[in-house]
Every structure is written in structure tokens, then in C-alpha cells.
Design a protein around this ligand. Sequence first.
Ligand code: CP
Length: 298
Amino acid sequence: MWNGRHFLSIDDLDKSDLLTLLKRASAFLDIGDAYAPDASLNGKIIANLFLENSTRTRCSFAIATKRLGGNTVDLLGSTSSASKGETLVDTALNLEAMGVSGIVIRCGEDGGPAIVAEKVKVPIVNAGDGISGHPTQALLDALTLTRHFGTEDLEGRNIAIVGDIAHSRVARSNLQCLTKLGAKVTFVGPKELLPTDIDCKCTTEFDQVLARTDCVMMLRVQFERDAKVGEDYREKFGLTEERATLYEGAIMHPGPINRGLEMDDVVANIDSSPHNLILSQVAAGVAARMAVLEHLIG
Ligand code: CP
């Protein structure tokens, strides 16, 4: 059961928790660029501790905090004392001692945010840990899809997650979240990039799955985690222009994109199709993170 104190894993939430957060996030999305009227983080400082690189997640947590009336302090791996060997827990304890109201953590260590959550009193938000989880990404993806379909949940939808599943925390959190919301998830990829540790329908036959899916989530091949792909990867598993022309379902990618590999350049462009939701995902990210921060800290 989710105690509502930290946001560590989708596994901790049930469908009703997810629907509550989605409803609030959707209301924030409707407000647009304006500041949230009740400014529930007024006077509070949130630490963004990012020990792995990020564009979307880090900026959207900062914007979400500011839209809720709060302030942020940013700590990056390369410029923090983590580069001198300070542990994640020691870093978090120091931030807490300085009076921050919450800590958003991205780290390469699987389970890192959960370990910190046991040692500090302030709320911890998992912004991506190793290959284990990226729960706010899953929440923003669900928000994007429910808004796209105009439904409260994802009951009966077929969703394919395609590519480097083995190294993907996005795939793991999305499997939990989409399934709880009623969708049927299929993982697609070359055998060596399909997971051996997750209970999910897996296949190497992209075209068969594409023909009956409501949404395709393309994943980045994570070369920095030593993913290896063959020369035929784009042809077999890429959302090529040819495939995209025949496909009418929603197109998603959490970013950053390897253009020309998992997705053709023209397909990645937002004006390529009304079903291309890639930048809608980014916009939804701010709203989803506002809902999480407000719930935990506001
Ligand atoms: N989707 C995502 O996590 O992107 P960043 O790594 O840029 O935050």
C-alpha cells in the first residue's frame, strides 16, 4: 500500500491512487503555463539531486516546483561531492540538514531512492534509478494516453513497448502502471534486449504487434549501458517511415531519441502525424510532477 510519504515505485500505488494523481495532473495540464492558483509549495525548497544526466525530468521537476510556488536547488553528479566519493545517503542527509522540504533523486544505483527514503524524514521522489524504475515517467505517459483517448483509464487498450527493454526503467514502470490502468502490454525487441526477469508477454515480431496495437512506445537503445544491436535493428525494430505510414495508433517515446535508429527522423518530428505524442509527453511531465509534489509536500 502507498503511504503517500514518498514516490518510489508504481508498485506501491493501486489503481485508485493512480487515478487520483492523474485527475489532479490533468487539471494542472488544463491550467497551462500559469502558476497553480493555490501555490501549495509556497516558501518550500525542493532539492533536485541528479547523479545521472537528464533534460526532461530535471527541468520538468524544476518547473513543476516553481509553478507550485516553491524553489529548487540543483545538485548534479559532476559538480557535487558525490564525485569525491560521498554516498547517496550522506548527500541526502546533508540536503535535509539544510532544510529542504523534499528530495528528487535520479541515480544509477538500483533502489537508491528507496534506501535514502529509509534514512531521511523528508519525502523522496524517484526520478529514475538504474534500470529499475522511473515512476513519474510512467505517470506522465498514462496522463498523455488517457488525455489522447479521452478516457479515465486504459481498460482494454493494447500497448507495445519496443526496443531496448532490458536496460529500460521506463519499460518496467510503464508495465506496472499501464497494467494497473487496464491495458495489455507487449514487449517487442531483439531477443538479447528482451528482459529475462519480468513477467510480461514478449515477442520479436514487431510488424505483427503493430497491426493490432493502440499505442507504440519506442525506447532508446541505451548504448551507455552497453546495449548491443545488429545492423538490421532499424529495419526489424525501428519505427521507420514505411511502418509509420501504415500505422494509425499513438506514437510515443520518452526521449532522448536516437533519430534514425529506433525511429526515423521524419517520424520523430512532431508534425509527422496527429498521433505523434512525443512532445505531449513532455508537457504532461510538468503536470504529472506537479501532482506528485503537491501530494507529497504541498
Ligand atoms: N525521459 C527521460 O527521463 O528523459 P531525461 O533523461 O532527459 O530526463
